[in-house]
Design a protein around this ligand. Structure first.
Ligand code: AHR
Length: 659
């Protein structure tokens, strides 16, 4: 047993009533207080860091519809005679490729797709390849579909192949299943015009919307999500699911904003959008970062339902990113000027909740979900501030309220977590009677240490708080440090103590591809085959999985002063499980003894602890070593209604006690 594990085991088993304790925590176990909202501890999804295409969205091919610009063949290598044409079968994605014979047995025509930083496929797993194709001259043409590793020392680059015969002069969908005989994380997809005798093809064939998905997606949906990543979300037991951002809601310009209406209906005809994160940080530039909208609002509502999280859409308020634009970039602050944005809100509510005889409710039903999604929340605007926002959000929110008083409206207090714009933002949201206010804090450790009591002083009569984007950053915005995550845990105890006012909290950003990030730290990292849940993931997950149903009042000795390290605690009652749950975060460099007394309880029947060791400052889980930091469960000895324990340095522990 390693020394630290030995100490941990001792910490939870050597209670002694006589020991002088560094901290005493008295929990009023028989006085359940404010309800912990079911929306607590959720997820914030934004297509940054290749989180959608190349991430959660199961599509493995890049630029499947030949709509990337300025080069419609971005992501593809074309060889032989390939022409891009623009009168295809999908009016909003009109481009396709025409492949024509080279008229020589040894010259080939075809296309090769590089995927997102390569294509990850696993041995003996099935992958569904599909495309739309036609033979304009009516002469049957065979297409050979291959998984290849172009950069290999093996005899054959190809390791899996299937043939498709294109027979019709009309566009038709063709599908084959590929089952590779080996695992590759950076494969490519090759499509060759080919004759039955194995020689290069003769003739002409048009190809469009060329797609490759794992068959085994999350819940088996054809236009589905990557299973391991969706599972990581479900495992957290998130209370709320915010989508689709983030700055992507705003766009670099208004026409580049996330337009939800383009993200629903048949995937083949969802028009492409340029991803605003392509160019936001020029030191991490991705000219091939686009949004296929394949993971759109239908998929978002469905995934929310499947993982048991309340859907929280965020829509544009008629403003492009304020950081990047002057005043002229916004829609006029009048009812007429904002009509499109008001309609976006009203139509989204109809899409989510409307009956199937309404325009948008009908589309939802056609997409496979006749029952309403029961959307209850709507955020209007992301990270906007001052008068330009206040004027517009009032107009849009008033229109939504008038038509849908049942929907809770979330406004924003802007990008700062304090200061002038933050304060006037809150004041405006109070005046406008927003139900919740979204506040963001990407801040260093010193900020978190100053904010242990942040929510104690919030006005209980105003809007509730949505801590909508936050992360503890240290040593610059660069890494996932275990050493920063302990401050997130300690801070969230303050959120939990104030569950009457803080109704939702979502760490950000959520996902990041190791080869394609723009922003760090992030909650979940992945490459094409592997996943790493960060220390921050585990902190969030431990709160979400153990959120309880009601806050329990606590008194604690030696509560740290502003700016100081210390031991921070919170407690909840879980009426469904009959458990008292006490969370303890020690941000100090030394282990501390803590006595937890469950006042009002005669004795504890049994108790356990889940421990997250965050003491190795620079440690992080990586796709190569994903389990360096993970929670460990142990039993806890109790005496009557008391747990006496030692919390190791920089460690977060969740105690669960059964009556
Ligand atoms: O989470 C990354 C970005 O941070 C979000 O898009 C934005 O809202 C915030 O500035």
């Amino acid at each position: 047993m390693k020394l630290r594990n030995l100490l941990l085991a001792m910490a939870f088993s050597t209670g002694s009533a006589a020991m002088a304790q560094d901290y005493t925590v008295t929990v009023q176990a028989n006085k359940p207080g404010a309800v912990v909202q079911p929306t607590m501890y959720g997820i914030f999804f934004e297509d940054i860091n290749f989180a959608a295409d190349g991430g959660l969205y199961g599509e493995l091919l890049k630029n499947r519809s030949f709509e990337f610009t300025p080069d419609h063949l971005m992501g593809w290598q074309a060889f032989g005679k390939v022409e891009i044409k623009n009168d295809g079968p999908f009016d909003r994605n009109p481009h396709y490729a025409r492949l024509t014979t080279m008229n020589h047995n040894d010259w080939w025509t075809g296309l090769q797709n590089e995927g997102y930083f390569g294509i990850g496929v696993e041995r003996d797993h099935e992958y569904r390849f599909s495309l739309y194709a036609r033979v304009p001259d009516g002469k049957t043409q065979m297409l050979r579909v291959q998984l290849v590793e172009p950069y290999t020392n093996r005899e054959h680059q190809e390791f899996c192949q299937q043939d498709i015969k294109v027979t019709s002069t009309d566009w038709q969908k063709y599908t084959v299943i590929l089952k590779p005989n080996h695992t590759a994380d950076k494969a490519q997809l090759r499509l060759l015009m080919c004759e039955e005798n194995g020689r290069s093809g003769r003739g002409t064939v048009d190809v469009e919307h060329i797609s490759l998905f794992p068959v085994d997606t999350w819940k088996g949906h054809e236009n589905g999500m990557r299973k391991d990543l969706a599972q990581a979300l479900a495992d957290m037991k998130p209370g709320v699911f915010r989508f689709p951002g983030g700055c992507i809601v705003e766009g670099v310009t208004l026409d580049n904003r996330y337009n939800w209406k383009n993200s629903v209906g048949p995937v083949e005809n969802r028009p492409l959008n340029k991803n605003r994160w392509e160019c936001t940080f020029t030191y991490r530039y991705y000219p091939d970062y686009f949004q296929s909208y394949g993971l759109g609002f239908y998929e978002f509502f469905l995934l929310s339902e499947e993982i048991g999280a309340e859907p929280l859409p965020v829509l544009n308020v008629g403003m492009a990113c304020q950081f990047q634009n002057g005043e002229d970039a916004h829609a006029p602050a009048t009812e007429e000027g904002l009509k499109e944005f008001i309609d976006d809100c009203l139509d989204l509510i109809e899409f989510a909740n409307g009956t199937t005889d309404t325009k948008w409710g009908k589309l939802r039903a056609e997409m496979g979900h006749p029952a309403p999604f029961n959307m209850k929340l709507l955020a209007i605007g992301n990270e906007q501030w001052a008068e330009p926002y206040f004027k517009r959000v009032k107009i849009v929110a008033d229109a939504v309220r008038k038509a849908h008083p049942e929907i809770k409206i979330i406004g924003t207090s802007g990008p700062d977590a304090e200061g002038h714009n933050f304060e006037i933002g809150w004041e405006a949201m109070k005046r406008q009677k927003a139900d919740l206010v979204d506040e963001h804090f990407y801040r260093p450790i010193s900020w978190f240490k100053n904010e242990w009591n942040r929510y104690d002083k919030y006005d209980r009569k105003g809007p509730k708080v949505f801590a909508g984007e936050y992360a503890c950053h240290d040593r610059g915005k660069k890494y996932n440090h275990a050493g920063a995550s302990i401050y997130e845990a300690a801070f969230i105890t303050g959120i939990e103590r104030n569950a009457d006012i803080v109704h939702m909290a979502t760490y950000a950003p959520l996902f990041s591809h190791v080869d394609g990030w723009q922003w760090r730290p992030d909650m979940i990292w992945y490459d094409n085959l592997r996943v790493a849940k960060s220390a921050s993931y585990w902190v969030q997950a431990l709160f979400a999985q153990n959120k309880g149903t009601n806050v329990l009042p606590i008194q604690q000795t030696n509560f740290p002063k502003k700016g100081e390290d210390g031991v921070l605690t919170s407690a909840v009652w879980d009426k469904d499980k009959g458990e008292v749950i006490v969370k303890v975060a020690n941000t100090l460099e030394q282990a501390k003894t803590v006595k937890i007394q469950l006042a009002g309880l005669k004795s504890i029947a049994s108790a356990s602890a889940i421990t997250l060791d965050l003491s190795n400052y620079d440690q992080e889980n990586t796709v190569e070593q994903p389990n360096l930091i993970e929670p460990k469960e142990s039993e806890v000895k109790t005496q009557g209604n008391t747990i006496e324990t030692t919390i190791p340095a920089k460690t977060f522990v969740v105690f669960k006690a059964k009556k």
